[in-house]
Design a protein around this ligand. Structure first.
Ligand code: ZN
Length: 139
């Protein structure tokens, strides 16, 4: 089941420079940052109600966010939908003929399990399925 918008991912050249808008001007609470090697990014989260803004800064020139910035410049990169069972959601979208960008859930920030839907199958919106760690271990 899709429960809510988990976060909105925004590609930026520098988290340090972009943070002042979200933290100082908009007054959102900074929730920490970390490097997600598998995605080639450093991420920083800002709480906004139950959801978050995720700033994505590439850590090299090769990753998908680096390529996005090169093509489009800074801007909204993806929309993450929180679900209670990522494997069930993966199955459901595949049944509907929508391709996934990985053949298994990947490791996201904060120990989340994530999967991206192919944007060519979703009207060019990059959708991320995300399942939080505590739901993943719940029995
Ligand atoms: Zn994300």
């Amino acid at each position: 089941m899709i429960e809510q918008i988990d976060h909105i991912g925004i590609a930026v050249h520098s988290i340090e420079e972009s943070s002042s808008l979200y933290r100082d001007v908009l007054g959102l609470t900074f929730q920490g940052s970390e490097v997600v090697e598998e995605q080639g990014v450093k991420v920083a989260f800002f709480q906004i109600g139950e959801a978050m803004i995720e700033l994505l800064e590439p850590i090299d020139d090769e990753g998908p966010v680096a390529r996005f910035l090169e093509r489009n410049g800074e801007g909204v990169h993806h929309l993450a939908l929180r679900c209670d069972d990522i494997n069930a959601e993966r199955e459901a979208v595949e049944q509907a003929g929508i391709r996934l960008l990985s053949d298994r859930p990947l490791d996201g920030a904060h120990g989340k399990r994530i999967s991206f839907l192919h944007p060519r199958d979703t009207g060019r919106v990059l959708l991320e399925l995300t399942q939080r760690q505590k739901e993943a271990t719940k029995t």
